[in-house]
Design a protein around this ligand. Sequence first.
Ligand code: NAP
Length: 250
Amino acid sequence: MQKLNALVTGASRGIGACIAKTLAQDGYHVLLNYCSNEAKAKLIQQEIQNEGGSAELCGFDVSEPSQVNEKFEWIGKTYGGLSVLVNNAGITLDSLLLRLKDEDLDKALSINLKGAIYCTRAGAKLMLKAKQASGTERSIIHISSVIAETGNAGQAVYAATKSGLIGFSKSIARELASRQIRVNVVTPGYIQTDMTEVLTDTQKEAILHQIPLGFFGTPDDVANLVSFLASPKSKYLTGQVISVNGGMYM
Ligand code: NAP
């Protein structure tokens, strides 16, 4: 029997790479999306294959609808459908509102929000077409952020893109529920990756004080939740926002 497939955007590094490895361990054939870091994506593919899993590269820029549509058409032709889509690709372009540059606003919206919308539109089409016996394996998961829930000075645009994902997700959860496609959002807190490595020790210390559990999260903490949301174990969950943040926001 052909393996179920899962596409993870931004799977070359950090949280996305860890999600991809976890879904491969769960038995999915994983399509590893990346934008510029093909070499790093290849290393993740190699790691998955070395552990006996199955993965292939699927490079495209999520903010370019023509590239997105082309790749999803290819996925449809090659696999006949898609079981799991994880919209993880994202960037931070922090700026105080009064210093915000138009190009940074456009870039953050295009990658974090529009990118997820382009991929979901194309992915849902494939999920609807696929004649799978059980709907429980069709799941769309968005990686938002605790910042969508709390707000953060200097991250207004990031927060707007990440809370935009929540409204989008709840709406399409309603649109797709009758077809047994589930849509959920994960809101990670502070997770140790390249994205957070740029913070100064003083900034990290200040964040640590806001985390009741007293330590930073790792990509595994997010990946384990995604694994659950992708699986039939969560078959009665849709339209939900689930936090993984050490208690930073309750
Ligand atoms: P990261 O280490 O900076 O990795 C970002 C990933 O996104 C990379 O794989 C990158 O691909 C990809 N990407 C960026 N622009 C892209 C584009 N236009 N098209 C396709 N892929 C693109 O980030 P991370 O910390 O793992 O974060 C992953 C997600 O979790 C993001 O959405 C982030 O907002 C969210 N999040 C992170 C934290 C945290 O504390 N780390 C907390 C809350 C939410 P390339 O390598 O090819 O550039």
